[in-house]
Design a protein around this ligand. Structure first.
Ligand SMILES: [Zn+2]
Length: 429
């Protein structure tokens, strides 16, 4: 992990937030390459889950919501972690992450407070007064923005069961224990899809979405043997969930959850019906019945997916006696598709390389680099995960061909300059 964190900073994927002021614990900023990688992940998800399907629509709810939403959802009452303090050094731990029969892992003295419940929702004040009536929460999940809009989205998009509503957005949790880089932070981004089905059909659709979502991670180029599905034990399930599966990845710090796919029954809509007094049903005109749909939820983390893609792609190898660090990112998610290099900065080579970059930019993320030896430029792009390197050399001046180097095999082939777009499209297929 330390090597990956260092590469992320060195190449401009991820920086510590507010670094010039010493940072802010467990908060990160995405740099020039990181934001491209993150956007690629979100775009692929949106296309696969929303726009390529007739049965799922998207939405984008506000982060601020009426506080009654979180009473109805159970977050005000239930969204707690047990907390213990070391009375000696004042270190604070999640009670289920530390053995209170043993001394404090920080100071070695055993003097614990009793566990108490700590609500994970971040609070602020909404509007110009700071009294208790203005308390509002930063949403701890995007899902509730979907549930409260169930009737709006269903009726305006004229959806019939089964159908889904999806959104991507930021969520916030005041985690007691953060860590493992992007894995657990207090501000994060979710990709959530709530799939509404006839009660009685939820186990069939749970099975469908578990398989579809597991396959999605493979489609990002993540090695299948580093992925697994884990069904929740009965005692792990939230009280409203009938069944739940996690997609897990084997990180350097162990198997950890990337996405939960859960059968939530009718719990969420029932809660909002009883708290708001509004109808949340779908009318089946064939049977003249008002149905409260059950929900199958697929809840994924953007930042966790980015971390997974990076961790899975990181490789070190020896080439001609030197260490090569290479990010074997799938060309689908790589921030830069092709880097273009003049072999030397003379003979008109930089102008030709710049023209190739300009021509490719309409279709691909292309990047021009003329700084340093060609070997160093290749290494920089290897670390950035750029799948293709295009070099303009002296032969280009004679026959209008360039070399195309594959990042992983480091093999090169000569391609006509006018064939580059076709050649890259072919390789990306
Ligand atoms: Zn202590």
């Amino acid at each position: 992990m330390e090597k990956l964190v260092s590469l992320c900073k060195r190449r401009g994927f991820i920086f510590q937030s507010s670094e010039i002021y010493g940072g802010l614990e467990a908060t990160y900023d995405y740099g020039p390459l990181g934001v491209e990688l993150k956007n690629n992940v979100k775009q692929i998800w949106w296309r696969d889950v929303v726009t390529s399907r007739a049965d799922v629509v998207g939405m984008d709810a506000a982060i601020f919501m009426n506080p009654k939403v979180w009473e109805a959802s159970g977050h005000v009452e239930e969204f707690h972690d047990p907390l213990v303090d070391c009375k000696n050094c004042r270190a604070r731990f999640r009670a289920d992450h530390v053995d209170t029969d043993k001394p404090c892992p920080r100071c070695g003295i055993k003097d614990w407070t009793r566990p108490r419940q700590f609500n994970l929702m971040l609070k602020t004040h909404y509007g110009p007064s700071e009294d208790s009536s203005s308390v509002i929460y930063l949403r701890p999940e995007t899902a509730q923005g979907i549930f409260v809009n169930f009737a709006n989205a269903q009726s305006t998009a004229r959806m019939k069961l089964p159908f889904g509503i999806a959104q991507i957005g930021k969520a916030f949790r005041n985690e007691i224990t953060t860590g493992n880089f992007l894995f657990r932070s207090r501000e994060f981004e979710q990709m959530e899809m709530e799939y509404f089905v006839r009660p009685g059909e939820s186990s069939k659709w749970l099975e469908y979405w578990v398989e579809a979502r597991f396959d999605w991670y493979k489609s990002l180029g993540i090695a299948e043997n580093n992925l697994r599905l884990r069904q929740h034990e009965k005692n792990e399930l939230a009280h409203y969930a009938a069944d739940c599966y996690d997609v897990e990845y084997e990180f350097p710090f162990g198997w950890s959850e990337l996405e939960g796919i859960a059968d939530r029954g009718t719990y969420d809509l029932d809660q909002h019906v009883s708290h708001s007094g509004k109808k949340m049903t779908w009318f089946d005109s064939k049977t003249n019945e008002h149905i409260t749909p059950a929900v199958v939820e697929a809840s994924a983390g953007v930042d966790r997916t980015v971390l997974t893609v990076l961790a899975d792609a990181y490789h070190e190898e020896e080439v001609k006696g030197e260490k090569r660090v290479v990010l074997r990112l799938s060309p689908r998610v790589a921030p830069i598709t092709a880097a273009v290099f003049p072999l030397v900065n003379r003979g008109g080579m930089p102008d030709i390389a710049q023209k190739i970059v300009n021509d490719l930019r309409g279709n691909f993320a292309a990047f021009f680099d003329s700084g340093g030896s060609i070997g160093r430029r290749y290494r920089r792009q290897d670390e950035a995960g750029t799948p293709f390197g295009i070099t303009v050399d002296s032969q280009t001046l004679e026959d209008q061909t360039v070399t195309v180097r594959q990042r992983d095999s480091m093999q090169q082939e000569r391609v006509g300059m006018d064939q580059l777009t076709d050649c890259l499209s072919e390789k990306l297929r």
